[in-house]
Ligand binder design. Structure first.
Ligand code: MG
Length: 361
């Protein structure tokens, strides 16, 4: 079967390629001008990174392998500085290129290094987790963490191409796979309800990375993200809202992650956050309460959590306030006006927040 291609529109449009056994295609997206290519990879992805390196060497490129620690906590300035030293020692110029092979921590970190080396060299992203395919690797957000918080340092550096090889997902631990599905389901709620229909019709098939249903859901979720991050937004998306709608379920999710010291998977926290956001939408009178049940049932069928019994709401709101202060935002939640239609709710009525929080306890 031929791979699918989603074009991310913008000043420099790029392709997201979705298919099977397409890792070697990464080499074809490295610009002709690049004599040297840095292949950044997570330690466990060494074999896949070697496949990329071989296909580059066949094309006459000189390859520098750079291993990155595979953990969100390893996205540090010290690791970035080490990468810059390696690129400098190998004589990387402005026309050379990077390839990243790994999950979101790897694509974020390598993306940041590529964005900053000589004020930006091209990067081809090869995400190997479901979360990175549908989220991290599309849109060009790069970043690293500081003691003040996650992703406070970074830039937007759109990739030259993104290669999503679905065969990578067959070895992904089931809990990580489910966590990635949470972001794909989110795309269904905010823009494309067909994703929800597919998942509700056959959740067992969706849990199988080799299924046509999973392929379709990944394709649709990437299309949603591509349309949202594009400069000229698609007709189905409200221009004023833009990227904000991608934060559906995320306000509570970020508070849970921070409060739990990032021991929760991002996708798991987003799943709980989506039940909360659905309940908040219902409390605001925007959607019927039935949407809360439907959200909970769908996420449960995919093995995702829908409850959080850690800290109480007051502590979580404090965590949200901290986030808000750091980023200079007001307390805002993405809510639904209907399936596939998102809007922003700013500083909601405290009784609505309490009611929505009760739905996840
Ligand atoms: Mg997210």
């Amino acid at each position: 079967m031929d791979p699918d291609i989603v074009v991310v529109r913008g000043e420099k449009p790029y392709n997201v390629v979705i298919g099977r056994h397409i890792v070697p295609q990464a080499a074809l997206h490295v610009p002709d001008t690049a004599l040297r290519v840095a292949v950044f990879h997570a330690p466990a992805m060494i074999e896949t990174a070697r496949t990329v390196a071989q296909s580059l060497e066949v094309l006459g490129r000189e390859v520098l392998m750079i291993e990155l620690p595979d953990a969100e906590g390893a996205k540090t300035a010290a690791v970035a500085a080490d990468c810059w030293e390696q690129l400098g020692a190998a004589g990387f110029t402005r026309t050379d290129c990077a390839v990243a092979v790994g999950g979101g921590a790897t694509t974020d970190m390598a993306g940041f290094v590529a964005a900053t080396w000589l004020r930006g060299i091209p990067i081809v992203q090869v995400p190997t987790t479901l979360l990175a395919m549908v989220d991290a690797a599309v849109g060009g957000k790069t970043g690293l963490n500081t003691t003040a918080g996650k992703n406070l340092v970074g830039s937007i550096h759109p990739p030259a191409a993104v290669i999503c090889d679905l065969t990578m997902l067959t070895t992904l631990p089931p809990a990580d796979y489910a966590a990635g599905l949470a972001e794909a389901i989110k795309a269904g709620f905010i823009v494309d309800p067909e994703i929800l229909r597919i998942a509700e019709t056959d959740p067992v098939a969706v849990l199988d990375p080799t299924s046509a249903q999973l392929h379709e859901i990944v394709l649709r979720a990437i299309q949603v993200k591509a349309d949202v991050v594009a400069d000229d937004l698609g007709e189905s998306i409200d221009r004023a809202l833009g990227r904000q709608i991608l934060n559906y379920g995320h306000t509570l999710a970020h508070a849970i992650e921070r409060t739990e010291d990032y021991t929760w998977r991002h996708g798991d926290a987003v799943a709980v956050g989506m039940v909360f956001a659905a309940a908040l939408s219902a409390a605001a009178g925007k959607v019927p309460a039935e949407l809360v049940l439907r959200t909970r049932a769908l996420l449960t069928s995919l093995g995702l959590p829908t409850t959080y019994r850690g800290a109480d709401l007051r502590v979580l709101i404090e965590a949200m306030a901290l986030d808000k202060k750091t980023r200079g935002d007001s307390l805002r939640f993405v809510v639904l006006e209907g399936l596939g239609q998102a809007s922003i709710l700013q500083d909601p009525d405290p009784t609505w927040l309490a009611g929505a929080f009760a739905e996840v306890q």
